[in-house]
Unconditional design. Structure first.
Length: 350
């Protein structure tokens, strides 16, 4: 099973307080591209800067329909939330430990992997699950269950600030994953996996929220344990995995960031956890049920699978100099590991 958030790229930072629920929004499909990662991009509200270059249409993202990822290292507690930091040439990820204290809250450390083989501690006591990189590349945005909020960590000095504090004065359950458009509108999931024994201030609801102009608004409180969350490259479609429903939903997104109709993107996937998207709009979803990464086209057709370990697959992120290396966090408690596989299409670094 999963105990985590996934991650998404951040394109701007908003300090969040409480606000009223938001309206609904409109849709569109993803765009395909091919050039270098430094190529020019379309403006907001699409992909974050540097995420998806313009250019030729891509072919198949997978070298074959069934791939096996290579283990880089295992022996961690429980890994989650990988994100690639291009300026530093390294991958950050959360390593969560078993719950402690009277509220049974899980400690978490942000660790760093610098290819080919160097691992070190980046931020101790981070309280994090899903991680994302800000558009300017200066901050890590973290779904932080220790304070039941969404936080930002500055890369230069590791200082912490708050992105989303609460909703209408009520504490979140345990924010799990984030997705941010290039204009700074931020979306995150709030299941109760890391709430521990702390009081439920959401009245039994597990929800998806939006942060825009410093305001936190409700997107949807009808999903059972929303988990992974991601935006299509054009920023007009939002994907959310409902872990306890074994479904992936998609929402149309209006230009102002408000959310429209919800529909089913994938009708069944066992325990949808973390997710990432490539520059052709293909969706890579880690599944706790079979421990595979399931790859879908923008229409929801399954293109293939990637197997990292044999249990506990939690999250995925593109990285490397050309962003064509898919990193996968996978493994059982106490022996969680980091895996990688080379793919044909570059993707978002989360």
């Amino acid at each position: 099973m999963t105990w985590r958030p996934t991650i998404a790229v951040l394109a701007g930072l908003c300090l969040a307080t409480a606000a009223a629920p938001l309206p609904a929004g409109a849709a569109a499909g993803p765009v395909s591209a091919h050039t270098t990662a430094a190529a020019a991009l379309a403006g907001p509200p699409g992909a974050p800067p540097g995420a998806c270059p313009t250019g030729a249409v891509y072919g198949s993202p997978l070298p074959s329909s069934s791939l096996t990822a290579t283990k880089i290292r295992s022996g961690f507690n429980f890994l989650e939330g990988p994100v690639w930091v291009a300026n530093g040439g390294y991958l950050l990820f959360s390593d969560m430990a078993p719950g402690t204290g009277p509220y049974n809250v899980q400690p978490s450390t942000i660790r760093r992997f610098t290819p080919p083989s160097t691992f070190d501690t980046f931020i101790s006591n981070a309280g994090s699950n899903g991680l994302a990189l800000s558009a300017d590349g200066q901050q890590i945005i973290a779904a932080t269950h220790d304070q039941r909020n969404v936080s930002a960590y500055r890369l230069s000095d590791r200082s912490r600030s708050t992105v989303a504090a609460n909703y209408q004065g009520r504490a979140f359950n345990s924010p799990n994953d984030v997705a941010v458009r290039s204009d700074g509108v931020t979306y995150f999931t709030d299941p109760n996996f890391q709430r521990g024994n702390r009081p439920d201030q959401m009245n039994g609801r597990t929800s998806v929220f939006r942060v825009s102009n410093g305001q936190v608004s409700l997107v949807d409180d009808q999903l059972r344990q929303p988990n992974g969350i991601a935006l299509a490259p054009d920023g007009a479609t939002l994907y959310v995995g409902a872990y306890s429903e074994n479904k992936i939903y998609k929402y149309v997104v209006r230009p102002d960031g408000s959310i429209g109709a919800r529909s089913v993107f994938v009708n069944y996937i066992g325990g949808p956890d973390g997710v990432t998207i490539d520059c052709a709009g293909n969706v890579y979803w880690a599944a706790g049920g079979d421990s595979l990464v399931h790859v879908y086209s923008p229409t929801g057709a399954q293109l293939g699978t990637i197997r990292p370990g044999f249990s506990g697959t939690t999250n995925v992120a593109f990285g490397g100099p050309d962003r064509q290396t898919l990193y996968v966090t996978s493994g059982p408690w106490g022996d969680s590991g980091l895996y990688s596989v080379r793919l044909n299409v570059p993707g978002y670094p989360y």
